[in-house]
Ligand binder design. Structure first.
Ligand code: REY
Length: 425
């Protein structure tokens, strides 16, 4: 059974809401930042116009969106959902269950683990610190965390762009999916322990020489946040992003193991075909922390990415840094904690993907933030589900517009939610 809800609000109401969020953001800004002029605040990002690109986007295709969610379910996800925010019109769609035992239908009100979408939150905090003159992107990490890394040429920018060469320790941790997960499900790691796991391996590349996605980078990002703010990352996310944007369903949960309030359970797909799904909902996510331990909803992630690309969380200069793209796989590029995907119809979208045991997430927005799609499925380690979920982006941003022709064979897509860990299906 599928549920689709459509709420149409006049575009003007949407703008009032955006202004409300802006006002709230300014009111709730910490004193240091309230005094700090942020030229990009509340204005369109550099390179966009007030009209933005949403007007130029093809109409979305709700039927294709529902079909993509149904395919994710048919491929093994107990539940799949999506929220499309299109210039004041909201459409939420969900299929399947939030809990396999209780058979409660999944809804977009359900919170879930967003995995690496957490990385964008971490990057935003560091860019705000750069705006406040407390951090320089091209400064070595060693300046702020002396002796942590063995190469003092690794800069903050390299870390935020996955170009440090720091090996991803999760490659070893999750080489065997279910035993790997069960070994860390209730573990509590320090950041330093995670960095040490990475440093047992040689660097994958010289600093700045190549893009190689690695969780280690955003563990270092978390250490930088804690060093520079003098408090836990949770407090920085709360004070700088969650409270100003009024994200009521967004939490950084670590080392607790439960999701607060109403949530969807997540089910890990074992490597052995036919083996039963493993309920992975309860875990510390200590293996990821500032690289992946956030909980949210489709609504809050849409609000967040709209605010990111709208320049409401950082200065325009910092947003331009987040959008300094390097190639990162077929039709993809990575900036600083932000991914750019070019969809088959040629439309570019901005956001992040997430994969944590039991959950896959896609959260992307158009360049001007006027159209946003957040989709999640309640299983992971299942590439067929991941691929099906990616089709929600095509449905949302390309609609029925034909793919651009690329020559004889369709381009192979490469998802680097967990790049070196083999996807089994
Ligand atoms: C780790 C593997 C995924 C998860 C990862 N997630 O790095 C970060 C992200 C936070 O990008 C696991 N896969 C799965 C395996 C494969 O265990 N052997 O799919 O749940 O979001």
């Amino acid at each position: 059974m599928a549920t689709t809800h459509r709420v149409t609000t006049p575009a003007a109401a949407g703008r009032t809401l955006a202004l409300g969020v802006l006002a709230l953001s300014l009111l709730a800004a910490p004193p240091a930042r309230a005094a700090d002029p942020r030229p990009g605040t509340g204005r369109p990002a550099a390179g966009t116009t007030a009209a933005g690109s949403a007007g130029a986007l093809p109409a979305s295709d709700p039927g294709a969106l529902l079909a993509a969610l149904r395919t994710a379910r048919a491929q093994g996800a107990p539940g799949a959902m999506a929220r499309l925010d299109d210039d004041g019109t909201v459409r939420t769609t969900s299929v399947g269950v939030a809990d396999r035992a209780g058979r409660r239908p999944l809804s977009n009100e359900d919170r879930f683990r967003v995995g690496s979408v957490t990385k964008t939150f971490s990057a935003v905090v560091l860019l705000q610190l750069a705006d406040e003159g407390r951090l320089k992107l091209d400064e070595p990490v060693d300046t702020y965390l002396p002796g942590l890394l063995p190469d003092d040429r690794i800069t903050v920018r390299h870390v935020l762009g996955h170009r440090s060469g720091l090996y991803d320790y999760t490659n070893d941790m999750f080489a065997r999916t279910v035993p790997g997960f069960e070994a860390v499900r209730t573990k509590v790691f320090t950041y330093r322990q995670l960095v040490d796991l990475s440093l047992r391996h040689p660097r994958t590349n010289a600093p700045g020489a190549a893009y190689v996605y690695s969780n280690t980078n955003f563990v270092v990002a978390g250490m930088l946040i804690e060093k520079l703010t003098g408090g836990p990352v949770a407090a920085a996310y709360e004070r700088r992003i969650i409270a100003p944007l009024g994200l009521r369903d967004t939490f950084y949960v670590h080392p607790g193991t439960s999701l607060p309030g109403r949530y969807a359970r997540g089910y890990l797909t074992p490597d052995d075909a036919g083996a039963p799904l493993v309920d992975a909902t309860r875990q510390t996510v200590s293996w990821a922390q500032s690289a992946g331990a956030m909980v949210s909803t489709t609504r809050d992630l849409s609000t967040f990415f709209k605010a990111v690309v709208g320049g409401r969380l950082t200065s325009a200069k910092s947003l331009a840094q987040m959008r300094s793209w390097r190639p990162a796989g077929t039709d993809q590029a990575y900036g600083l904690g932000l991914r750019r995907r070019e969809l088959p119809c040629g439309v570019a979208v901005f956001g992040h993907t997430g994969a944590v045991q039991g959950y896959y997430t896609y959260a992307f927005t158009s360049q001007d933030g006027r159209r946003t799609l957040t989709a999640a499925a309640t299983t992971s380690n299942n590439s067929a589900v991941l691929t099906a979920l990616a089709r929600t982006l095509d449905a949302a941003f390309c609609g029925k517009r034909a793919p651009r022709t690329r020559g004889a064979a369709p381009a192979e897509r490469f998802e680097d939610v967990a790049p070196q860990t083999p996807l089994t299906r």
